[in-house]
Design a protein around this ligand. Structure first.
Ligand SMILES: Nc1ncnc2c1ncn2[C@@H]1O[C@H](COP(=O)(O)OP(=O)(O)O)[C@@H](O)[C@H]1O
Ligand SMILES: [Mg+2]
Length: 318
């Protein structure tokens, strides 16, 4: 299968403090040398705690943020150099669903206008055709037909997210970047939305770049996962491999601290000393790691290939 989207050594720095002359004197590194890909038809799950760089990575893939270093490739081509029709083709084929449906839907537009906005902009449909398309889309995402004439505030959180999903699917994209699409919803509707993503993929065969901080959610939807920590991809592999035998000590911590679904009890938690402290060099997980050695402070965090398709950025495996 072809690589639909690929990031090549992507680093993203944000200036957080500038001097009198506008020169950056303090920067925050949100992504560090990130190289990941999504193949056609597959779901790549992205997991890691808040602030580790998941949304920033999603935004670089969507061309909403420019990498400071490295490049984003769509079907093998650097998106920076895509022009005219080729760039438009990339934008149509890479759609997004964000965490907060409230913020991503225009409050002054009715449901049918929201889901067909992309179609209206990109194709010469007349109003009657758009309304027909809207009806199909609304049914596709299991919304009641009255959602066509409703404004976002008249819909529940789950219904709004269905609308956002319908809008993304309307353009028959090859990839949907879903940034924590269930995190803002009531627990009772989260599973329904996850199932909707799965149904749509079965129908249309598109790929997902699926971000979640919930391991069970990522487990349910992903073929492969990447685990991020402080801007690094610390582990990558097939979902079942990563979850059944996590290699990186941070992945171990994530897996072991995930509640057991049936009884809602937490499993034993591995030591977590000083969550915020990060060493000046080497592995950023150092202070939280139960396996740490002095050498970790000079480890350069390059992913090590441990077996086919499985990588881990940890000195223990070098
Ligand atoms: N526009 C921005 N300006 C400055 N810092 C930012 C900006 N966007 C994100 N960051 C910082 O980059 C880091 C990664 O953020 P983000 O990608 O949103 O993480 P996540 O989605 O995993 O929670 C965080 O420390 C965040 O504060
Ligand atoms: Mg985020």
């Amino acid at each position: 299968m072809e690589k639909l989207i690929e990031t090549i050594n992507v680093t993203k720095e944000f200036p957080v403090k500038k001097d009198w002359f506008g020169r950056t004197i303090e920067k925050l590194v949100a992504l560090r040398d990130v190289s990941v890909y999504v193949k056609e038809g597959e779901t790549l799950g992205v997991i890691g705690e808040s602030g580790c760089g998941k949304s920033t990575l999603a935004k670089t893939i969507l061309d909403l943020e420019k990498p400071t270093k490295g490049e984003i490739r769509y079907l093998g081509k650097n998106i920076r150099f895509l022009k005219g029709k080729e760039y438009r083709n990339y934008r149509l084929n890479v759609q997004a669903v964000f965490q907060n449906p409230q913020g991503s839907l225009n409050p002054r537009m009715k449901g049918w206008e929201i889901v067909t906005e992309g179609l209206k902009i990109n194709y010469a449909y007349i109003k009657k055709e758009l309304k027909e398309k809207a009806r199909e889309l609304i049914e596709l995402v299991n919304l009641p037909l009255n959602a066509l004439e409703s404004y976002p505030h008249q819909l529940s959180g789950g219904q709004k997210q269905r609308l956002a999903i319908a809008r993304a699917v309307a353009l028959k994209p090859k990839l949907i970047v879903a940034d924590e699409p269930t995190s803002a919803l009531d627990v009772s509707v989260q599973a329904q939305i996850v199932n909707l993503f799965l149904d749509l993929q079965e129908k249309f065969g598109m790929s997902y770049f699926f971000i979640s901080h919930s391991l069970p959610t990522v487990e349910a939807v992903s073929d492969r996962v990447i685990v991020m920590y402080k801007g690094y991809v610390v582990e990558e592999g097939r979902t079942e491999d990563v979850i059944s035998s996590p290699l990186h000590p941070y992945t171990k911590l994530l897996v072991e601290s995930t509640p057991v679904p049936q009884i809602g009890l937490k499993k034993k938690r591995v030591i977590s000393t000083d969550d915020e402290k990060v060493p000046e060099s080497g592995c950023p997980f150092y202070f939280r790691c139960s396996y740490r050695k002095k050498e970790c402070l000079s480890f350069d965090m390059k992913p090590i290939v441990v077996e086919n398709g499985r990588k881990v950025a940890c000195l223990l495996f070098s």
